[in-house]
Design a protein around this ligand. Structure first.
Ligand code: FES
Length: 278
């Protein structure tokens, strides 16, 4: 049984904007019934202002797929195309207060449908996907998609790739290819890091830690009735205090270790140590 946040349950049981826009001028369709999930996104875009004035969806999938599509339509309405395209699959998951790791592919499907709809509006929709190298034949996942998802979500293991794309979740025949792509992307990142990424200043590091706690960690805790407060940053030591439901939870220390520290190590720096202040 998956553990869903209240927001996921709300969007699943009471989905917003379900249906079709008859005069939609942007339609994005991704996934396939054969693979278990499919999503069709309809957008009505004002040709002058390029703002999304309406959004609806039809989907076939699980609770997370319905909730992700519902959330996406709420997120894009009223946005300019430029701003809508900045929405990532992580933003969709964050809007829902988090998704189970094994269900992150639903947020990826939402992001793909959005990109496809905007491409359709711009007339960019091509048969590109038909020409892409398909890595996973069980779920028809291309190398391009796997690369993009690894890169955007900083994935490092085959299991994560399966959770985010489904690739590798069937016969397993594509796993060696997924491992190769993971190694490729990691290598590219290392090269980029050596040649392009400037050393982070202390100020930037502190800002990034605070922003990561607020944008990535706190929403997950708040979804379960808890919260987190950043107390201080001393070099690589990040001092936090858990509040609300978390402070009485026997798993609070594990939450700190696994959620806060791992998230900060992944998104900011791998030498961060999180300690809990009483
Ligand atoms: S080819 Fe990817 S799981 Fe079967």
């Amino acid at each position: 049984m998956w553990e869903y946040t209240n927001t996921v349950i709300d969007h699943f049981t009471n989905p917003r904007n379900m249906g079709e826009i008859e005069d939609a001028n942007a339609v994005g369709e991704v996934g396939s019934l054969a693979c278990g999930d499919a999503l069709k996104l309809f957008l009505k875009i004002d040709p002058g202002s390029k703002k999304i004035v309406d959004a609806k969806f039809k989907t076939f999938g699980c609770a997370s797929a319905i909730a992700s599509a519902s959330a996406l339509t709420e997120m894009v309405k009223g946005k300019s195309l430029e701003d809508a395209l900045k929405i990532s699959n992580e933003d969709i998951a964050r809007f829902l207060g988090g998704l189970p790791e094994q269900k992150m592919h639903c947020s990826v499907m939402g992001k793909e449908a959005l990109d496809a709809a905007v491409a359709n509006f711009k007339g960019d929709a091509t048969k590109e996907h038909e020409e892409e190298a398909v890595i996973c034949k069980c779920f028809w996942v291309s190398e391009k998609k796997i690369r993009e998802v690894i890169s955007a979500n900083r994935l490092t293991t085959v299991e994560q790739v399966t959770n985010y794309t489904k690739a590798g979740g069937g016969c397993g025949g594509c796993i060696p290819d997924i491992q190769r792509i993971l190694a490729d992307v990691a290598h590219e990142k290392r090269v980029e890091g050596k040649t392009e990424t400037p050393k982070m200043t202390n100020l930037k590091r502190i800002q990034l830690i605070a922003q990561t706690i607020e944008k990535d960690v706190a929403p997950m805790l708040r979804a379960d009735g808890g919260d987190i407060e950043l107390i201080d940053i001393d070099g690589t030591i990040v001092k936090v205090r858990l509040r609300g439901a978390c402070s009485h939870c026997s798993g609070a220390k594990a939450s700190l270790q696994h959620l806060v520290q791992d998230t900060l190590r992944r998104l900011v720096s791998n030498d961060i140590v999180v300690v809990e202040e009483a």
